[in-house]
Design a protein around this ligand. Structure first.
Ligand SMILES: [Zn+2]
Ligand SMILES: [Zn+2]
Length: 342
């Protein structure tokens, strides 16, 4: 099969060809696994973190990609969940142990043995992938393959962020950063919490305008003061400035959710501007989001088909995976990037 592999950690600024196209044998399937013939795989900011070493794969080479859509072409001896030919999706959660305290308390995303698709095991930048059937999901018919791919990460983690925020209908919500995940959160909130006003902080005017078009009551720069204090803010930026600036806009007892797997180091000294009285006092909380559970993916796919949430996508053939990654790094974004495969 054709696959794009990462052989070594590298800087995308200096190396515009981080992945290499190679021919590999098809994966061998275990008893409870299925073989998926891949048709689409989303390109996520986390791939940049993997390539540049902020969340490095434990073993190289590895096939990246954790927003995978394809069709079941083969089942292991004890795999019965899906018929051959069923369209399925695979997300960031590839496996969890199933018997640690985290797994028992519905927090399998925090499992000590959590394995991530496309980092700890091979992912979807390839023609085929193997997965335990319990970690694959049926995809609602309403979505095309390319539209469904970004729902598996940007959408599911946005859904988890919103769950962790404990937002109530009518409370004010801030979104700092307005990329793939935040714009899906905005659509979800408008449907589930119709009384909630949404305030968007984004650097570019285009993003601010886009946010207003989608129904944000206010949009401004990351460092601005919002016209109303906010009960919840969800941060989806890769840097520190928006975290510090967001805290001043929180209501007493407000909660800032940081939805990022790693933050970049470039502006870390901005944290020295943190003023306890202004930014943290009055019982403000900061909570990070880590990974997703299967429940997050299942519930979000159902909700997204019901609303419906149809992501805007920009497609690339698999052989142009490097171009897609470089454009993502450079911020050239028109909707979620998706690789077309087979
Ligand atoms: Zn992702
Ligand atoms: Zn576990």
């Amino acid at each position: 099969m054709k696959a794009a592999i990462l052989e070594k950690i590298t800087s995308l600024k200096e190396n515009k060809q981080p992945l290499k196209m190679v021919e590999l044998p098809e994966p061998v399937i275990g008893d409870v696994e299925i073989l998926v013939k891949i048709s689409a795989c989303g390109v996520c900011h986390t791939e940049l973190d993997e390539i540049e070493g902020r969340t490095p794969p434990p073993k190289l080479p590895v096939i990246l990609g954790h927003q995978v859509i394809g069709v079941v072409t083969y089942r292991g001896k004890r795999a019965q969940k899906f018929e051959i030919g069923t369209r399925v999706g695979i997300g960031w959660i590839n496996s969890a142990c199933g018997h640690c305290p985290a797994c028992f308390s519905e927090n399998e995303n925090l499992c000590v043995d959590f394995q991530a698709t496309g980092r700890d095991v091979h992912g979807g930048y390839a023609q085929y992938m193997a997965i335990a059937e319990d970690f694959a999901f049926a995809i609602p018919d309403i979505f095309t393959d390319a539209q469904a791919a970004p729902l598996l990460c940007a959408g599911a983690i946005g859904y988890r962020s919103l769950r962790l925020s404990n937002l109530n209908d009518g409370q004010h919500l801030g979104l700092t950063g307005f990329g793939a995940s935040a714009h899906l959160v905005l659509k979800m909130v408008r449907y589930r919490y119709p009384q909630t006003e949404i305030f968007v902080f984004a650097r570019s005017k285009n993003e601010q305008n886009f946010a207003r078009e989608l129904g944000a009551v206010w949009a401004g720069d990351t460092s601005e003061e919002s016209p109303k204090k906010l009960h919840v803010i969800i941060d989806t930026t890769p840097v520190w400035k928006p975290v510090v600036e967001a805290l001043k806009n929180l209501e007493p007892a407000g909660r800032l959710i940081v939805n990022a797997i790693r933050k970049e180091e470039a502006d870390k000294d901005y944290l020295l501007r943190l003023d306890y009285g202004r930014h943290l006092w009055l019982e403000k909380e900061i909570k990070s989001v880590a990974n997703v559970t299967r429940r997050d993916i299942e519930e979000f796919l159902a909700l997204a088909s019901q609303i419906p949430i149809i992501p805007e996508v920009e497609e690339y053939p698999l052989i142009e995976a490097n171009r897609a990654l470089v454009e993502l790094k450079e911020g050239k974004i028109r909707g979620a990037k998706v690789l077309r495969i087979n």
